[in-house]
Design a protein. Structure first.
Length: 357
């Protein structure tokens, strides 16, 4: 229609966008899930990858690649999102400290530009468009297909949780783990407020390290900090993995009576949020508005942030999740450099201070 049309176009994936990016007043909204059904192509070799439609859900990619013993390297905590949606943002979870966000694990894209051109781009080909589109919120073109790096996938993982009452100790342990040469495969932190029945809820799916002490743990309404970890289990490490976990945990300062462990299928851990979704849907709560905030906080300011926010804003009525965990800046797209130009570590904060989540 030409540059004078003022027609706006927005891509809509699974409808989880923030601040209306998947809306276009008086314009055209493209349902990206209409691209689902195009065949996924998994490629073996020294550097395996999968070619997928941008409208495909990550959970479907996981199911398909696991048939080959492979899986994408980096995830979000919720897998029922489209490839194009998360790649247009960042795609960050507990694996980002090692592999970077999802946008750091893409080899090639097919993009439709505002001029209607279909362009293949990568690090080597049309690199400016490639880097602009990844994390570009759909402002530089619409991703229609992606080539995503894969790695060997475990069948099972050891899933571990431990609690802290002191934020500085919690942060110090997280920073140690993300910089250690030998560490876990997933590292994430949660802020927990006034969850008096927490131990009983976890006991159903986790085995407490010391059941006697765990039975006597009382939160007293304190703000607690949860370190959530996993380590991949492979047959060739079966004889040494328990000692490896014990050695890693011995370096940490969590409250001993709050250590919980569980051995679960890899797919069950990655898709764990979906189980909560199903419960909320059954109660009619999933579609209620739940404000959500994402922040990048420099390491030098994180203690001050914790004192001001977690000490004052959280209330007894809060029942939303608050995630907080560090990542080395070198693992994140260079567009975050403005947050802390002179620091090596930034904290990723995600939270819903109200609502059903």
């Amino acid at each position: 229609m030409g540059p004078g049309s003022e027609l706006t176009v927005a891509a809509r994936g699974h409808g989880h966008s923030l601040q209306g990016q998947a809306q276009a007043r008086g314009g055209v909204i493209i349902n990206m899930e209409s691209l689902q059904g195009q065949e996924m192509q998994v490629y073996w070799g020294q550097f395996p990858y999968v070619d997928v439609s941008a409208g495909e859900l990550w959970i479907n990619i996981l199911h398909e690649t696991l048939k080959y013993g492979l899986a994408p390297k980096s995830w979000t905590d919720y897998l029922h999102l489209t490839v194009g949606g998360t790649l247009s943002n960042a795609g960050i979870s507990g694996q980002a400290f090692r592999h970077g966000p999802q946008i750091s694990n893409v080899r090639q894209l097919e993009v439709v530009t505002g001029k209607g051109e279909v362009i293949i781009c990568s690090q080597e080909q049309n690199a400016d468009l490639f880097h602009a589109v990844l994390g570009g919120l759909g402002q530089f073109g619409i991703i229609t297909r992606a080539r995503i790096s894969l790695e060997r996938a475990p069948k099972m993982v050891k899933w571990i949780r431990g609690l802290y009452s002191d934020f500085s100790t919690f942060a110090r342990d997280q920073e140690h783990l993300i910089t250690a040469a030998k560490t876990f495969d997933y590292i994430e932190g949660l802020v927990i407020k006034n969850k008096t029945g927490l131990m009983n809820n976890w006991r159903a799916s986790f085995d407490p390290q010391d059941p006697v002490q765990a039975n006597h743990f009382v939160s007293d309404g304190r703000t607690l900090y949860c370190l959530e970890l996993t380590i991949n289990l492979y047959p060739e490490k079966a004889d040494t993995i328990n000692q490896e976990i014990e050695d890693l945990l011995s370096q940490l300062s969590y409250i001993p009576s709050t250590l919980f462990m569980s051995k679960v299928p890899y797919i069950e851990f990655l898709d764990r949020v979906h189980a909560s979704e199903l419960k909320l849907r059954s109660k009619g709560l999933w579609d209620l508005p739940h404000p959500w905030l994402n922040l990048l906080v420099p390491k030098s300011k994180i203690q001050h942030f914790a004192n001001k926010v977690f000490g004052n804003i959280l209330s007894d009525t809060n029942n939303g999740p608050v995630l907080l965990y560090p990542i080395q800046k070198s693992k994140v797209d260079n567009r975050t450099s403005f947050v802390c130009p002179d620091e090596d570590i930034i904290y990723l904060g995600h939270g819903s201070l109200s609502g059903p989540l």
